[in-house]
Design a protein around this ligand. Structure first.
Ligand code: ATP
Ligand code: MG
Length: 588
């Protein structure tokens, strides 16, 4: 198939009229104040995420529509908007009866089962601060987060509690209540010092009067992915829901009839902002896969559930690519109309793979735990430039900036110049702080600008191109090399499934480029292949930028949100301390 530099969209590509049809006009006229008015607001005044996400629909025409379809190992369960409202009301009553007050912290350590979603929404209703954690976390990362977040309530399972928390509970003096969700079909265990989630729920009423929260009240505590260092706890407020709504509309193009699937776990911000909140705001039906990644099952879900909008991540796409395109060919996705990805740079190779395997190119978008919502995106009506993360959404003003030696920040006006990506501060879902780390929080701002810590450039057409994280950029013989460019070139080779590139200190040139690659199914590591990859990269990138060394490895270290941990590749290569590994997949 032909691979031009730009994928032009035609009317045929747009099976439903896109929500963002005229980018320039909407971007120019958009105001967050007006967007706020599209939402209801609490009847007595104020703002609450759960009210906008659930109550508006549960009391309206959508009440009997499926909000969530949970696909488990044994069964599929549907929950309507009305049921979601009733269950989350019950849970809010549980919290109230336990004496959990507004602003107190509710942590959730569960798989993607109904109790997770019900607890999070019930938590918002009660004015509690919700923090969902990855259920695969080990005892140490859990303890750190529960301590830092001053957890008052934890909802979890018997297995999680016994394995990870029972022995360290005495180190958590703030943790007053542990609620145990019994395993499906099994009676509640009786563990001293814990409560039975289901029994508490049964005693409660389906009615709850929402705690009157305001837009600036804290709603969520989300930990960053730990890709560059120790995860930070980003604080978000109820007012963030306006960004969730606007980005669900423009970046994900949600329409009421969509069947939507966000593959992210709510332990990562994507799984909360776009796995819980945004789809509910738009009244769509969401698919929740309770199980872990499996290529065959994922294709089957896309086909059988007739998913129309799919939001996933480069790591998942790479795993599908690694599994081979023959599996995709067994399935058909006639209903799928829009595929988006976030979390890491999306290599052009992955965009093309989407077009070949799914029939649609993949639309990259960019944001961070700190931004709370999508900021830069490729939306359905945009022509795609593979390798670019798209353009700033309505309400978002992006800049490329540089810092001088005194630390003064200035905006670079010309296109095609690399610098740090910055955003004009003040959108509703911007973090309101790093928990217990005000100094670090303040360092993220320069005047009116929020500094992202990512390097990027803007082209003539206003598209943004990711270069690398400021920490990952390689300085070699006077060149600044972004790992993304090198990784994307390696990914073009048919044998390469994933690539991670680092700078390795070198006395002559400062740093040399070193790459780690893993191979697709059907390819075996060999010296011949290694030399071929070196040659391929040199031909694509030129000798100054191409890696001098390539190691073929079985897999690359990743965070639980699926990001390649270049800092760990580097530490291991150089024999340095490995740093915070709490987010390492399969690790602590
Ligand atoms: P930590 O801040 O703890 O090191 P993290 O930055 O990976 O972890 P997240 O908030 O999950 O934590 O990720 C945001 C970062 O992910 C961005 O700053 C950027 O570096 C990267 N990222 C997200 N989306 C994209 C994208 N579309 N293209 C390139 N990079 C992306
Ligand atoms: Mg970060």
């Amino acid at each position: 198939m032909e691979r031009p530099d730009i994928i032009r969209k035609t009317a045929q590509d747009l099976t439903v009229p896109p929500n963002l049809a005229n980018y320039d006009a909407v971007h120019a006229s958009f105001s967050w104040h007006e967007a706020e008015r599209e939402l209801a607001g609490l009847p007595g005044g104020g703002r609450n995420i759960a009210y906008e996400a659930v109550e508006r629909h549960a009391q309206g025409a959508q009440r009997d529509k499926t909000a969530f379809r949970f696909i488990g190992a044994q069964q599929t369960r549907d929950m309507t908007y009305r049921e979601l409202s009733a269950h989350s009301n019950r849970f809010a009553n549980v919290l109230k009866d336990l004496g959990v007050g507004k602003g107190e912290r509710l942590f959730i350590l569960l798989g993607r089962v109904p109790a997770l979603y019900v607890s999070a929404l019930g938590g918002f209703k009660n004015g509690s601060v919700v923090s969902p954690l990855f259920s695969a976390f080990g005892p140490e990362p859990l303890l750190t987060r529960l301590k830092l977040g001053e957890a008052k309530v934890l909802v979890t399972t018997e297995l999680q509690y016994r394995r990870k928390l029972e022995k360290v509970r005495d180190q958590l003096p703030n943790l007053k209540h542990v609620l145990i969700v019994a395993e499906e079909g099994k009676p509640a265990p009786s563990i001293p010092g814990t409560l039975d989630f289901n029994a508490l729920m049964e005693q409660e009423s389906d009615e709850f009067e929402l705690v009157p929260t305001q837009a600036e009240d804290m709603a969520l505590l989300h930990f960053t992915s730990g890709t560059t260092g120790t995860p930070k706890g980003a604080v978000h407020v109820h007012g963030a829901v306006v960004t969730h709504w606007a980005t669900g509309k423009y970046a994900l193009d949600l329409h009421p009839d969509d069947v939507y699937w966000c593959t992210a776990d709510p332990g990562w911000v994507t799984g909360t902002s776009y796995g819980i909140i945004a789809p509910l705001l738009h009244g769509v039906t969401s698919i929740i896969d309770e199980l872990d990644f499996d290529a065959e099952r994922w294709y089957r879900i896309l086909q059988e559930e007739q998913v129309s909008v799919w939001y996933t991540a480069p790591t998942a796409i790479r795993m599908l690519m690694k599994a081979g395109s023959e599996i995709a060919k067994k399935y058909a996705f006639p209903k799928l109309r829009f595929v988006a990805s976030v979390g890491e740079p999306l290599n052009p190779e992955a965009v093309w793979w989407g077009r070949e395997a799914l029939g649609l190119p993949i639309h990259d978008n960019w944001w961070q735990t700190e931004t709370g919502g999508i900021m830069i995106a490729n939306t359905p009506a945009f022509d795609i430039k593979p390798g670019s993360m798209g353009r700033p959404l309505p309400g978002v003003e992006a800049f490329i900036v540089k810092k001088d030696e005194q630390g003064n920040v200035s905006v670079i006006d010309q296109p095609e110049v690399e610098g740090e990506l910055a955003l004009r501060a003040g959108w509703p879902s911007m973090m309101r702080g790093y928990l217990h780390n005000d100094e670090k929080y303040r360092k993220c701002f320069a005047g009116e600008l929020y500094l992202t810590g990512d390097l990027a450039k803007r082209d003539q057409d206003g598209y943004y191109w990711f270069v690398g994280r400021s920490d990952d950029v390689i300085k070699s013989a006077g060149h600044l090399i972004g790992p993304f460019e090198v990784e994307s070139a390696l990914m073009e080779h048919p044998a390469v499934a994933e690539a991670g590139v680092i700078g390795k200190p070198d006395p002559t040139v400062g740093e040399v480029v070193k790459a780690f690659v893993s191979l697709k199914a059907g390819f075996e590591p060999s010296e011949e292949l290694r030399l071929e990859l070196l040659g391929h990269a040199r031909k694509r990138l030129g000798a100054a930028v191409a890696p001098k060394e390539i190691d073929i490895v079985a897999s690359l270290p990743r965070t639980r949100s699926g990001k390649i941990m270049r800092r760990l590749l580097k530490a291991r290569e150089l024999g340095l301390p490995e740093g915070d590994l709490s987010m390492l997949e399969g690790g602590a």
